[in-house]
Design a protein around this ligand. Sequence first.
Ligand SMILES: [Zn+2]
Length: 207
Amino acid sequence: MVKERWTCPYCDRDNVLDDENTKICQGETNLSDDLGTVRGIYKFTICPNPNCRKTTIKGQIHRLDRTEESDPEKLYEWQLVPESNAKQFPEYIPQKLREDYYEACLLREKSPKASATLSRRCLRGTIHDYWRITKTTLADEMAELQTVVDKTTWDAIDSVRSLGNIGVHMHLDVNAIVEVDADEPDLLIYLIEKFFTEWYMKDEDDY
Ligand SMILES: [Zn+2]
């Protein structure tokens, strides 16, 4: 196979994959009249990092069109193991916050609205726990962060909250489930990861 750059979802390290650490199992069928001839693929990857060596598994279904020379059309793709792209965070970050984060990642594809709601709750919980800032809404708490966080973190927060409806939703009750913009769940997850690494984990490094 062609060598491929890849970031491990467990250890977050950038790696180069080759035949040694990636195996593909596949089979074809034309059982379904709707789909025509399809190929099912399982892609197994073992992290090359000797301290990690964890397994990642992806599933894909491709439609094969033998009349054309074009590449097979990818019909479905599933991230099977691990179940989501959630990063592993250390146990000194409160469990309740980590759980909301993991579930927000898990629901990212299947229920973007529920994912965004969990993320907003997690962001509030993080601000309460870490900064002891408690206001009426997440939007007010976010605004208050400008006075305490460094400029780089504030710029990241500000760039997310000023986009589309994301900032508007931060004014709502934190348990409200509302329609979300397409990129909202990802951006909220990005903010949570930023808060965890910039605050809790930096403290631990300085310790
Ligand atoms: Zn790894």
